[in-house]
Design a protein around this ligand. Structure first.
Ligand code: GDP
Length: 477
């Protein structure tokens, strides 16, 4: 398929095989229906059950979203603090926490949890969620109203009296109590303890069914462990018969760049990427704290793309004479906090001819030097770059980075992962192909809820395995 010509076909499937719904006003969110003009059609179709459940969720959100009658009633009960008999609508509130890549993965996790438990997802907007993303659900906002009574999310931590793990530890809660609190705080961040991790047990999930408000703080993609909870297992296999497409579908359903970010994406794409014969993304995330760039990282990048035939060798001896015109061109989109690696790769293909005669353009949209999670334009660029990477034909990513996971998932790409360097040396082999396009869950529990003992959760079922880039992580394959 010729991926180069920018498609303008009117009949293109702008609803992504029924993943998206009609009825949104197009101008308020151009990316929602225009993504199809920039991204190749996905070979992965959403299951009809997933589509049914998404439409069902949209109805629920319409009925229970902010300031609906049911919402107002449930908030009133929350304020009273008393034991609540059953409510019309139950909620999961996602707290904005950590870097943008992490937040995109945890939002998808919280949404799938909401789908599985008939809850409505409401989103703490933090500093920038509404600046970065369009509303994903029709009619009612996904943003938690600013006058929500429990707005002090920074105060929630593992030691909070409302923290579920903490309550268990102190024997303040159990399934047979007849007076349960109206809300619980679930601490699912990387530093969570064994009590917090009981979230992933059936018994605890059955308790949560009686709690109308769950407030969740997490910085990691916990979906792989949901597949190990037996009460969710059947529904999950109906929703996702192909397990490695979970984030691919949920991500394209939920995350539509706002018009400001869409402008960053489309202007960049049209100038630097659209006209190439093929596109390669290289996402560089270096966790070495000394100032770079490092020769060993550069060596690793080059070794990877040469070994995997993603870019051609250069000829350093004599210039290769090829007739101009009709030369194949390849655009390389690099992303990194620093500009060093980009300059080195760009110079490599400027100073030397390729042995194939191909011409290689190397581009990097920004080099922000350090992470600035609280800054608006910084996060807009980060989101635009993840999205641009997802529009490439092949992708090289860095180990451990959620930034790369987002790009690979949205793009439906199985990346080549650069292994994490040890002791400032490039590993050999430098990279390898991922088993699936799914993100890695960096902090999974290793607990057998029934036997109440430790267990290797990466060895229970064939579709939940340890990750390529983190031996203790879990991913769907
Ligand atoms: P992770 O730390 O790699 O898992 O990814 P996160 O996105 O959660 O956090 C890293 C943050 O650093 C991003 O959100 C950006 O703010 C910034 N960052 C890291 N790499 C890049 C990059 O290549 N481009 C841009 N613009 N920002 C980056």
């Amino acid at each position: 398929e010729d991926a180069t010509s920018k498609p303008v076909d009117e009949h293109k499937d702008k609803l992504l095989d029924g993943l998206l719904t009609t009825g949104f006003e197009e101008r308020s969110c151009l990316s929602r229906y225009q993504s199809v003009l920039y991204r190749r059609a996905s070979p992965h179709k959403p299951s009809s059950h997933l589509k049914t459940m998404l439409r069902k969720y949209e109805d629920l959100h319409r009925r229970c979203g902010p300031y609906t009658e049911s919402y107002n009633k449930t908030v009133k009960k929350l304020k009273s603090g008393h034991h609540i008999t059953s409510t019309d609508c139950n909620y999961v509130v996602w707290i904005s926490y950590s870097g943008l890549g992490n937040r995109i993965l945890t939002l998808a996790s919280a949404f799938l949890y909401a789908l599985l438990t008939d809850r409505v997802l409401l989103v703490d907007r933090g500093k920038d969620i509404d600046d970065l993303f369009c509303e994903p659900f029709p009619e009612k906002s996904w943003l938690l109203p600013l006058d929500f009574p429990l707005n002090q999310f920074n105060n929630f931590d593992q030691k909070s009296p409302q923290c579920y793990g903490n309550m268990l530890k102190k024997n303040h809660i159990n399934n047979s109590m007849d007076s349960l609190p109206p809300y619980l705080y679930l601490h699912l961040a990387h530093d969570y303890d064994d009590h917090d991790k009981l979230f992933f047990c059936d018994q605890d999930q059955s308790l949560f069914r009686k709690i109308p408000w769950l407030i969740m703080k997490t910085d990691t993609y916990f979906i792989p462990s949901l597949f190990l909870i037996s009460s969710f297992d059947q529904e999950l296999s109906k929703l996702f018969p192909s397990r490695e497409t979970v984030f691919h579908h949920l991500g394209r359903y939920l995350f539509h760049p706002s018009n400001a970010v869409w402008g960053l994406i489309t202007r960049y794409y049209e100038v630097y990427l659209a006209n190439a014969d093929a596109r390669l993304g290289i996402q560089i995330r270096v966790f070495d704290t000394r100032p770079g760039p490092f020769q060993y990282v550069f060596d690793q990048i080059v070794a990877c793309f040469l070994k995997e035939n993603l870019l051609p060798e250069v000829s350093v001896q004599e210039p290769i004479v090829t007739p101009s015109g009709n030369r194949k061109s390849k655009a390389v989109l690099m992303t990194s906090l620093s500009s060093g690696y980009f300059e080195m790769v760009r110079n490599m293909y400027w100073e030397n001819p390729t042995v194939t005669g191909e011409v290689i353009g190397v581009y990097q949209p920004s080099n922000e030097e350090y992470q600035q999670t609280e800054k608006k334009t910084h996060n807009r660029k980060a989101w635009a770059e993840m999205y641009l990477l997802s529009l490439t034909d092949s992708l090289i990513t860095s180990s451990w980075s959620t930034f790369g996971y987002v790009a690979q998932g949205l793009g439906g790409l199985k990346p080549w992962i650069l292994y994490k360097p040890e002791n400032s040396t490039a590993p050999d082999p430098p990279c390898s192909r991922a088993m699936s396009m799914e993100p890695c869950f960096h902090a999974p529990p290793f607990y057998d809820c029934k036997a109440k003992t430790g267990i290797d959760t990466g060895a229970i079922v064939p579709h939940v395995r340890h990750c390529e880039d983190m031996s203790w992580g879990l991913k769907l394959v």
